[in-house]
Design a protein around this ligand. Structure first.
Ligand code: GRF
Length: 196
């Protein structure tokens, strides 16, 4: 059966949408583990409620980014995931992790990439009076919020209230991410050779 790991650092509302999708059959596969670099991440509670194994690897315990990434790779050995889903995982990964999982590593970002990589995307949309905003799921490469795009979803900006904007964006994320994971599970989404 198709199995995948979800990496989080915080609330895990995307994780919850993904868990729900595995339970209602929208994703045909199972989450082998939820990994967090923060032990207080609420997403861990969500995972435990759903009886999904959790792994905590705190980046503060490692001197170098590469050592942290090696520990991530090692911790996944027993699960052998077909895909790694980054869902609010707030660490920049190095080639030590990216290389072994190239083509099997996706991220969701709250902007219409290549617009606004990095943080504070909602504020940037407001400041620039953008008429539209959206979310992107992309394969992860060595650069920040870069890599070939798998799918995007967009919306008209109706309000300059940042909380309202964030809420609408989350809704788009929760719809889009499970669909992309299901596409990958079914073999309908692949990283092309020229991008490797
Ligand atoms: C999402 O907006 C995602 O796009 C970004 O981090 C946020 C995580 O939210 N990478 P949650 O933890 O899934 O609620």
């Amino acid at each position: 059966m198709f199995s995948f790991a979800v990496f989080i650092s915080g609330n895990g509302s995307n994780l919850q949408a993904i868990i729900d999708a595995t339970l209602n059959g929208a994703i045909e596969g199972k989450i082998c583990c939820v990994l967090s670099n923060k032990k207080e991440a609420y997403g861990l509670v969500r995972a435990k409620k759903a009886k999904i194994p959790t792994v905590i690897i705190e980046h503060d315990n490692f001197k170098k980014r590469e050592d942290f990434d090696d520990a991530l790779v090692e911790s996944l050995e027993k699960y052998k995931p077909d895909l790694i889903v980054l869902a609010g995982f707030m660490r920049i990964l190095t080639p030590n992790f990216i290389k072994p999982y190239r083509g099997k590593l996706i991220n969701i970002h709250p902007s219409l990439l290549p617009k606004y990589p990095g943080l504070n995307t909602h504020q940037k949309v407001i400041d620039n009076n953008d008429p539209e905003h959206g979310v992107t799921v992309h394969f992860v490469d060595e650069n920040l919020d870069s890599g070939p795009i798998c799918a995007q979803s967009s919306m008209k900006v109706k309000s300059k209230d940042i909380e309202e904007l964030e809420k609408s964006i989350h809704k788009l994320e929760h719809e889009l991410y499970p669909k992309v994971i299901q596409d990958f599970a079914k073999g309908n989404l692949k990283l092309r050779k020229e991008n490797k």
